[in-house]
Design a protein around this ligand. Structure first.
Ligand code: CAA
Length: 422
């Protein structure tokens, strides 16, 4: 059975803070943000947007005019910045989209791995026969938030990616036969129940990510032993490598760690390697990783959605030349669980990828000042916001958070006459 990603919808908040503004205010060289971390700008979340509204807006874009809500039999939201300790973000999305009452609906959490956990579960649901011909809606939605002035501050961001997962997918057919897993308890990044911002042991979290990648890729490689093209390094099979990107340079570090050990393992056989691999690694990253990072550079970290923004951006720009080619994915969730897996871009994918519209949404955002960013950052616990500000004219919407009444969250849809308002 061919199973994978049939459609992708993306959504980002309508406000943005350029790296130059943050660097200036915090007296950090802008080169540290742009070259050192790969961060050029970060999404800023105004009071009328939250994890649910981001998710619902991304889902509307994924369904478009093509997939009807009646076709959806499973809706999972992966998030680590949900709006309630008990009530899932997914059930708000269920109502806002008008999904059928027979659609299984829930939220999953494992830090940034939640979106991937949801995708893998959805594919198993289809393969098991439980789907009975229906499709799954998998949404990764998050707001990445760290204390002002902290080392993590430049790596904030927000956004959601929704995937329609189905049989005979139009975009990417996933290889379900082989995935490499690594999980283990580490305290690299976490958010206690009473806190709205994450605690992170930054440098240690980078080490944990790289170690998890090494183990997950080794697990993947073990399962590939004895393959026909064993003379080629395994990592060279992939036309592009899409990594979880908490900050874009993390993906470059991950790529270097992966290919260098893989190439060296093959050097004894068919491969001739220069003594200094630096140039080779850099050229390879430019060709196979950089095309996945342009959107992340302008949006920032989106936790569960980050790797899927990489995929969406890649397909938006390169789907035509990638048709028939294999992509490698590495998903990492602090704490930690990680997985390396692969998928092939389907022939004809460029038709659907042409509808993603991520670049257009990025260009439409309003640049905010440091004062506006700080005001939004300091907004109180959302429970207390009985009536937040209404969306400004730059809001892409249509769905927004409209406040709480008796501790119950409410959402509304802006009248826009756009075709995706259901
Ligand atoms: N010009 C160019 N580059 C410069 C520079 C300048 N003027 N000044 C510094 N740099 C470079 C540094 O050399 C460094 O590069 P290398 O990594 O190649 O050595 C880079 O900029 C970053 O500098 P620092 O390491 O000094 O940065 P920092 O200590 O202030 O913070 C960080 C970096 C630890 C990643 C911090 O941003 C952080 O805590 N971020 C949040 C945690 C995170 O994203 N962890 C990633 C793994 S965990 C995960 O993946 C889950 C998740 O989504 C959170």
């Amino acid at each position: 059975m061919r199973i994978g990603i049939d459609r992708i919808g993306t959504y980002i908040p309508s406000e943005v803070l350029p790296a130059e503004v943050l660097a200036d205010a915090r007296e950090i060289p802008v080169g540290k943000l742009k070259q050192g971390l790969g961060v050029h700008a970060m999404a800023v979340v105004p009071p009328w947007e939250d994890t649910v509204s981001l998710a619902a807006n991304a889902a509307l874009r994924a369904l478009g005019d093509t997939v009807s809500v009646e076709e959806i039999g499973l809706c999972i939201v992966g998030t680590e910045s949900g709006v309630d300790h008990s009530k899932p973000a997914a059930i708000f999305v269920h109502e806002l989209l008008g999904l059928p009452s027979t659609c299984r609906t829930y939220e999953v959490k494992h830090a940034c791995f939640g979106g991937t956990a949801a995708l893998l579960t959805a594919m198993d649901w289809i393969a098991s026969g439980s789907a009975r011909g229906r499709k799954a809606l998998v949404i990764a939605s998050d707001i990445a938030k760290y204390p002002p002035g902290s080392a993590g501050e430049p790596t904030q961001g927000a956004g959601a990616v929704a995937l329609v997962v189905s049989e005979d997918p139009a975009l990417v057919e996933m290889d379900r036969s082989c995935t490499g897993v690594f999980a283990g308890q580490v305290h690299d990044f976490w958010r206690p129940l009473d806190q709205t911002q994450a605690i992170v042991d930054g440098k240690y979290s980078v080490d944990c990510y790289l170690e998890a990648l090494e183990h997950a890729f080794a697990d993947y490689a073990r399962q590939q032993e004895g393959r026909d093209d064993a003379d080629q390094p395994l990592s060279d099979r992939f036309a592009r490598l899409v990594f979880h990107a908490p900050f874009p340079r993390m993906a470059s570090k991950a790529h270097a760690r992966m290919v260098v050990s893989d190439w060296k393992a093959h050097a004894a056989r068919s491969l001739e390697l220069p003594d200094d691999l630096t140039d080779l690694v850099e050229r390879d990253a430019q060709a196979r990783v950089d095309p996945t990072l342009w959107a992340n550079q302008l949006i920032g970290n989106t936790y569960t959605a980050s790797m899927y923004f990489g995929l969406a951006g890649l397909l938006e720009r390169e789907a035509t030349e990638l048709e028939g080619k294999l992509l490698g994915f590495f998903s990492y969730g602090s704490g930690c669980c990680s997985e390396f897996f692969a998928g092939r871009v389907v022939a004809g994918a460029s038709r659907v990828a042409g509808e993603i519209g991520l670049g257009e949404m990025i260009d439409r955002r309003k640049e905010v000042s440091m004062a506006e960013y700080e005001r939004h950052h300091a907004k109180p616990d959302l429970r207390a916001m009985e009536s937040p500000e209404k969306p400004g004219s730059h809001f892409s919407g249509p769905i927004y958070f409209s406040g709480t009444t008796d501790e119950k969250r409410t959402y509304a849809a802006q009248e826009r006459g756009a075709s995706f308002v259901r």
